[in-house]
Design a protein around this ligand. Structure first.
Ligand SMILES: Cc1cc2nc3c(=O)[nH]c(=O)nc-3n(C[C@H](O)[C@H](O)[C@H](O)COP(=O)(O)O)c2cc1C
Length: 174
């Protein structure tokens, strides 16, 4: 797919069909995640690919906003390593964007489930703890997000875009 088409077609998909994702398609998406840049080129993020139905169902209870994992055919959990780099959060976030666009390019829908909550430690610990226990993630890793993947069952409604002049400033802010 043309890059511009990938970017403009990207939406959050939260309704998935039960068509499985071929392993080579999932592998291609993971390869793109690895290509995402990191600050100082440090290995500050790691990925866990989940395909087992039972685990996807279990992870769907990690927060009230990841119920779509019950329908998704796979998930990629993004973890960060604060001990390795001060940029772990940016690095993990960039990789999630790469995964999302790569999925679109492969014709696969993607949903983003936030796990990390930087403004509420207790909430974050609870969410991360749930995913950590389920996937045996070591304590020195933070858990940023779970991306759900699958073929689209239902497309989202057209979204209202914020006008460019409200978002983009040239030369100075004012
Ligand atoms: C940082 C971040 C956190 C998000 N958290 C969730 C989430 O927990 N659950 C969910 O269903 N969608 C989540 N989303 C998806 C957004 O709600 C969605 O991308 C946004 O409404 C724009 O819609 P679009 O992706 O279709 O353009 C998140 C997206 C981002 C970038």
């Amino acid at each position: 797919m043309e890059f511009n088409q990938v970017v403009s077609n990207r939406r959050e998909i939260t309704s998935f069909s039960n068509r499985p994702i071929p392993s080579e398609v999932l592998d291609s998406i993971v390869e793109v995640a690895i290509l995402a840049p990191t600050g100082n080129n440090l290995p500050s993020r790691e990925f866990i690919v989940v395909q087992e139905r039972k685990m996807l169902d279990h992870l769907s209870e990690a927060t009230p906003y990841v119920k779509w994992l019950k329908e998704s055919q796979a998930a990629i959990v993004i973890t960060g390593r604060p001990n390795i780099s001060k940029y772990w959060l940016q690095d993990g976030s960039i990789s999630s964007g790469y995964i999302w666009l790569s999925a679109v390019n492969e014709g696969v829908g993607c949903a983003f489930g936030a796990i990390l909550n930087t403004t509420d430690n207790e909430e974050s610990e609870q969410r991360e703890g749930y995913v950590r226990d389920a996937l045996t993630i070591p304590k020195d890793r933070r858990i940023l997000a779970i991306l759900g993947l699958g073929y689209v069952k239902e497309n989202p409604k057209k979204k209202q875009m914020i006008p460019k002049n409200e978002l983009v400033h040239y030369e100075t802010f004012e």
